[in-house]
Design a protein around this ligand. Structure first.
Ligand code: NAI
Length: 258
C-alpha cells in the first residue's frame, strides 16, 4: 500500500509508533535528525529546525512516494530547553509545512496526526498570539517577534504545543474538501529521553507528581496506540480534534477530587 510519513522515528513515541505501524503492515517513510538503530522502511536523515531542512524532507518524500501517501504523523519535537527558534521551527512550522506541502500527495481518506501535549489543554488563553504566529507567512519575522515577547519566549514549549492545537484545527479546515483528516494527540508525561528536559523546564516536582498520582509515567506504546488508531481509516469521522492521552491527569488536576 501507499506509505505513511512518520517524523521523530529514532526515539520515544515516534519509535513506538513506527514499530506498531510496521507490525500492522504499513509501509513507512521515517524522518529524524538521528539515525535509527533498526528501521525497516525508507529513512530520511534531516533536521527539521530550519526552512531548508523542512524543504529537503518534502522533496525527498516526493521522490520516495510518487504514487501518494496515506498519512503523515508529525511526532518529532523538542523541549523548551532547546533554543527558541529550534522549538518553534520543529514543533510548529515543520508540522504546518510538512502538512501543507505534502497535502498534494495525500490521497482521499488520508490522515494527519500531530503531537500536541496535555500542557496545551488550556490553549485558548493565548489564542490570538498563537494564531498570529502559527499562520505567519514570514517565518523568520514571526520567530523574531516571538523572541521579543517574554510571554512566549519564557513558555516556548507550551506556546509551541498550543500552536499545534490551533494548527490542527486550521489544517483540518484547509483539507476538508480533499477528504484528509487532521487530528492531534495530547500526551501527559511519557517515559522518554525528553522527560529529563521537561523536569528542567517545568520543575522536577511537577513532572514527578504526575507519576505519583497515576502510579507510573506513560510508556511510548500508550501514545502510539492512539496515533495508530487516528491514522487508520476506522475513526473516519474524527477530524480537527484533539485526543488527550494522559491517564486522567488533566481531569484530576481540574477536578475537585483531592
Ligand atoms: P524523544 O526525544 O524521545 O523523541 C523525539 C524525536 O524527535 C527524536 O528521535 C529526535 O531526534 C527527533 N527530533 C528532534 N528534533 C528534530 C529535528 N530538528 N529534526 C528531526 N528530528 C528531530 O521525545 P518523545 O517523548 O518521543 O516526543 C515525541 C513528541 O511527543 C514530541 O513532539 C513531544 O513534544 C511530544 N510529547 C512528549 C511528551 C513526553 O512526556 N515524552 C508529552 C507530551 C508531548
Amino acid at each position: 500500500g501507499l506509505p505513511v510519513v512518520v517524523t521523530g522515528i529514532s526515539s520515544g513515541i515516534g519509535a513506538a509508533t513506527a514499530a506498531l505501524l510496521i507490525s500492522q503492515g504499513y509501509q513507512l517513510i521515517g524522518v529524524d535528525r538521528t539515525e535509527p538503530s533498526d528501521f525497516p522502511g525508507a529513512f530520511i536523515h534531516a533536521d527539521l529546525s530550519s526552512p531548508q531542512g523542512i524543504a529537503d524532507v518534502v522533496s525527498r518524500v516526493q521522490e520516495l512516494a510518487p504514487a501518494g501517501l496515506r498519512g503523515l504523523a508529525n511526532i518529532a519535537g523538542v523541549p523548551g530547553t532547546a533554543p527558541l527558534a529550534t522549538v518553534l521551527y520543529v514543533n510548529v512550522f515543520a508540522v504546518r509545512e510538512l502538512a501543507r506541502q505534502l497535502a498534494p500527495l495525500l490521497v482521499e481518506g488520508a490522515s494527519v496526526v500531530n503531537l500536541a501535549s496535555s500542557v496545551a489543554t488550556g490553549w485558548r488563553i493565548m489564542a490570538a498570539e498563537c494564531r498570529g504566529f502559527a499562520l505567519a507567512q514570514d517565518q523568520q519575522d514571526a520567530i523574531q517577534q516571538a523572541a521579543d515577547s517574554p510571554q512566549i519566549a519564557d513558555n516556548s514549549y507550551l506556546f509551541s504545543k498550543q500552536c499545534v492545537r490551533l494548527l490542527t484545527e486550521q489544517l483540518a479546515a484547509e483539507f476538508v474538501a480533499q477528504r484528509i483528516r487532521v487530528n492531534s494527540v495530547s500526551p501527559g508525561p511519557v517515559q522518554t529521553p525528553i522527560l529529563e528536559d521537561f523536569k528542567k523546564d517545568h520543575g522536577q516536582d511537577k513532572v514527578n507528581s504526575a507519576a505519583q498520582l497515576l502510579g507510573r509515567f506513560a510508556v511510548p506504546e500508550d501514545i502510539a496506540e492512539v496515533i495508530g488508531y487516528l491514522l487508520s481509516e476506522q475513526p473516519g469521522w474524527v477530524n480537527g480534534s484533539d485526543i488527550r492521552v494522559d491517564g486522567g491527569l488533566v481531569a484530576h488536576r481540574s477536578s475537585t477530587v483531592a
